[in-house]
Design a protein around this ligand. Structure first.
Ligand code: ADP
Length: 312
């Protein structure tokens, strides 16, 4: 069941359409990614969902409510974590949570939430003394303090080091497991691939695709590339001929003992390129060295969909 429905959303600034007919729906309980380069219109889109900006056109329903006309009712059901949330330097973690809890009719238990986001020992620490990762976790806690059905998280892990980013991803998965629907705005492919059930790819104010991460990748084809090297005593010519005979293989290049084999699994899954190649090597008593298998990634999918890399 869709908990968010966006239909033909439009927003212009100074006569320039920055959101240009965006439509998508989000199912209850999923992590839905809004993925695109800087300036694509992601923040404008989700701030319209949250009732923080007024659209020029289109229709939005979040938990059955219109974010513009039902804004105060929606506030009780929606948590928002916006880019670079800043709190007063001296405000302590416990005070911030207590204050935000007071905005809601049925807030979550903020002390339990503080533990859940890993800030249990920081209750009396002022905002200014928190690390980047701790500030981010506090902002997630503030987005969840009203016990929302939907949480919008915008550029959740920008500016975090890799470990803090991974910790935050784990936290988001726990939030999803607790039943909260999450809209995650990101321009990090790895984040989208790891966390999102489905992704809307947005470019220049338009949705260019909505699919699962695997579905997006499949759109650029199932081609795989296997590279390896064989030993000096192995018969490279015989191996090359045998690989070229395989129905799964579309191309073999060899430079001395180095091989690159391209191909794909059969559509019905009955034939596997990796299995065919490894069986052939085994039949020739060849053990491949430095073996690598490369498949298309979400980066490749983004490039194919928009004609440019995401960080261009
Ligand atoms: P994203 O989140 O994908 O980076 P934004 O929605 O923040 O994109 O911005 C989309 C475009 O709209 C950008 O070119 C940005 O400069 C412009 N924009 C966003 N907000 C405003 C505003 N309040 N006034 C004028 N232009 C804006």
């Amino acid at each position: 069941m869709a908990i968010i429905d966006v239909s033909d959303l439009r927003k212009s600034y100074g006569g320039r359409a920055v959101v240009d007919g965006v439509s998508f729906s989000v199912e209850e309980g999923e992590i839905f990614g809004v993925l695109g380069p800087n300036g694509a219109g992601k923040t404008t889109t989700v701030e319209c969902l949250a009732g923080l900006r007024t659209p020029d056109g289109g229709d939005i329903r979040v938990a059955g409510l219109d974010p513009h006309s039902d804004r105060s009712a929606l506030k009780q059901r929606l948590g928002v974590q916006l880019q670079s949330a800043v709190l007063p330097d001296k405000l302590k973690v416990g005070e911030a949570l207590d204050l935000y809890a007071s905005f809601y009719d049925h807030p979550a238990d903020w002390a339990a939430l503080m533990d859940r986001v890993g800030l249990g020992g920081k209750r009396n620490t002022p905002f200014a003394k928190l690390s980047g990762g701790q500030k981010q976790r506090l902002s997630i806690a503030l987005a969840l303090i009203g016990d929302p059905r939907v949480a919008i998280l915008d550029e959740l892990t920008t500016g975090l080091d890799p470990q803090a980013r991974r910790d935050t991803w784990g936290l988001i998965e726990e939030v999803r497991a607790s039943g909260v629907t999450i809209v995650l705005v990101t321009h990090f492919m790895e984040e989208a691939e790891r966390l999102c059930d489905r992704i809307a790819v947005i470019d220049s104010g338009r949705v260019v695709a909505v699919d699962t991460p695997a579905g997006l990748v499949a759109r650029v084809g199932e081609e795989q590339r296997i590279t390896f090297r064989i030993g000096d005593g192995d018969d490279g010519g015989a191996v090359e001929s045998a690989l070229k005979e395989l129905p799964e293989v579309t191309g073999v290049t060899r430079s001395g003992g180095r091989f690159a084999v391209s191909g794909a699994d059969s559509q019905d899954g009955s034939a596997s390129l990796v299995l065919a190649v490894s069986t052939t090597l085994a039949a020739h008593r060849v053990a491949p060295l430095d073996l690598r298998i490369d498949r298309a990634t979400l980066d490749d999918a983004f490039l194919a969909l928009t004609g440019k890399p995401i960080d261009s």
